[in-house]
Design a protein around this ligand. Structure first.
Ligand code: SF4
Ligand code: SF4
Length: 372
C-alpha cells in the first residue's frame, strides 16, 4: 500500500481538501473530523490543500492539526502566483498558509498550477529560489509543482529546474490520450526526468464516478460490484512512479470506497483495459467544439479573452453537462485575461477562425454557466 518516495513512506491515497463537505454556510467539520480519523486509522497520511482553496487550510487546522500529533501525517500546500504581485508577497502568502494551518512547517510545498505563462512569472519573481530557501531553512521538507500544460513545456521546466523534487499532474483514463490535456505525454516527460508523481483529478472532478454518466453503463455492465471510482483509481495508481493519488472526498462512502480500493490495489487486467477503452470511446463520441488551439483568433480579441482555453472548457461542458470538474481550469483560463462576460460580440475572432466556429455565441453561453 505504501511506497518509499523522497525518503518518506507514503500511502498511495491522498486526502484532497478542495471539495470538502458543506453544512449550512460553512464546512461540515464534524463529518470531516470523522473522515480524517478514518483515513489515518486506515494507514494513509498525505493531506493536500492550497492557499487559494477558500477556508480549506483553516478546516485542515481544525480537523487534523489540532486533533492529531504532527508527526503522524504530512501536509502539502501551494503557492499560487495569482496571489503574488511582487517578490516579497511570497513570504507573506507562505506565512499566511502556516498560520491558517496552525503548523510551523510543511512537508510538501508546490508552485501551483504551472504552465509556460505562470512559470515565466515564477522565474521573474524568484519563486524557485524562494522555495529552495524555505527548504534550506527547514520550513518545508520537499518542493515541487502542480502542472497544467503540454509535455513540451513540462520538459522545459524540468530541464531548467532539475532540483524540483516531484510533480503533480492531471491524469485520468479519459485525459490519457486526449488532445487538450495530453496526460500520457506529461506522464512520460515526468518519468523521463525521474520525478515522483502525484496524481490530481483522477476522477475528472468526480464525473468519472457519476452514476448518471454514459460511462456508468459500460463499467457497471462489465463489473456490477465494482464502484465507478475504483476503475479510475486503479488506472492511475498502477502507473510506475506514482506515489500519491489525490481524491477530493466529501462523504464517508467515498472514503470507504477509496480505502477499499487502495488497501487491495490491483492493476487493471488487459480485459479491464478494453472496458476502459470502450468507456473512453463512448465519451469521445459526444460532440465537441472543433477548436484546434491554433491561436489565430487570440491576437484579434480586444478583451484579451483566452479563446482556445474557453473553447476546450465548453467542450468539456458538452461532454458532462456540468461545469463542476472545470472550475479550477476556468480560474486559470481567465486569470489576468478577459472573462466570457467581457465579450463585446465584435466577432473579430471569427474572421480568423479556420474552423468557422461561432466563437462569440459560445462565449456568451459560457458567462451564465461559469460566472454564477
Ligand atoms: S467576439 Fe468576443 S471573443 Fe471574439 S474577439 Fe470579440 S470580444 Fe473577443
Ligand atoms: S481560431 Fe478557431 S480553431 Fe483556432 S484557436 Fe481560435 S477558436 Fe480555436
Amino acid at each position: 500500500m505504501a511506497g518509499k518516495y523522497l525518503g518518506e513512506n507514503v500511502g498511495k491515497l491522498g486526502f484532497g481538501f478542495m471539495r470538502l463537505p458543506k453544512k449550512d454556510a460553512g464546512f461540515d467539520l464534524e463529518l470531516i473530523n470523522r473522515m480524517v480519523d478514518r483515513f489515518l486509522e486506515a494507514g494513509f497520511t498525505y493531506f493536500d490543500t492550497a492557499y487559494v482553496y477558500m477556508g480549506s487550510e483553516e478546516a485542515m487546522r481544525e480537523t487534523l492539526v489540532k486533533r492529531h500529533p504532527r508527526d503522524k501525517y504530512t501536509i502539502a500546500s501551494k503557492l499560487n502566483m495569482m496571489n503574488v504581485m511582487k517578490s516579497e508577497d511570497m513570504q507573506t502568502v507562505f506565512e499566511t498558509s502556516l498560520k491558517r494551518l496552525g503548523t510551523d512547517y510543511l512537508d510538501y510545498y508546490l508552485l501551483h498550477g504551472l504552465n509556460a505563462m505562470t512559470n515565466k512569472r515564477c522565474e521573474e519573481l524568484g519563486a524557485w529560489d524562494f522555495v529552495k530557501k524555505l527548504k534550506a531553512e527547514g520550513k518545508i521538507k520537499h518542493y515541487g509543482f502542480s502542472y497544467h500544460d503540454n509535455p513540451e513545456n513540462l520538459d522545459a521546466i524540468l530541464t531548467a529546474h532539475p532540483d524540483a523534487e516531484f510533480v503533480q499532474l492531471q491524469i485520468n483514463y479519459l485525459d490519457w490520450d486526449s488532445e487538450d490535456v495530453k496526460s500520457r505525454g506529461v506522464y512520460e516527460v515526468a518519468r523521463k526526468h525521474n520525478k515522483p508523481i502525484i496524481i490530481m483529478e483522477p476522477l475528472k472532478g468526480g464525473l468519472l464516478a457519476d452514476e448518471n454518466s454514459t460511462v456508468s453503463k459500460v463499467l457497471k455492465k462489465a463489473d456490477p460490484s465494482a464502484s465507478l471510482a475504483s476503475w479510475a483509481m486503479r488506472f492511475v495508481a498502477s502507473l510506475d512512479g506514482v506515489f500519491n493519488v489525490l481524491s477530493g472526498m466529501n462523504s464517508m462512502e467515498q472514503m470507504e470506497d477509496n480505502i477499499n480500493t487502495f488497501q487491495n490495489l490491483k492493476p487493471l487486467s488487459d480485459d479491464e483495459m478494453k472496458v476502459i477503452d470502450e468507456a473512453v470511446n463512448v465519451l469521445k463520441s459526444i460532440p465537441r467544439v472543433p477548436c484546434t488551439s491554433c491561436n489565430y483568433c487570440v491576437e484579434q480579441c480586444p478583451q484579451k479573452i483566452n479563446i482556445p482555453a474557453l473553447m476546450n472548457l465548453y467542450s468539456n461542458y458538452l461532454v458532462y453537462n456540468s461545469t463542476a470538474n472545470s472550475e479550477m481550469a476556468f480560474m486559470f483560463a481567465t486569470a489576468n485575461r478577459g472573462k466570457p462576460s467581457d465579450c463585446v460580440s465584435c466577432k473579430a475572432c471569427e474572421e480568423q477562425c479556420p474552423q468557422h466556429i461561432e466563437i462569440s455565441d459560445i462565449i456568451n453561453k459560457m458567462a451564465p454557466l461559469y460566472e454564477k
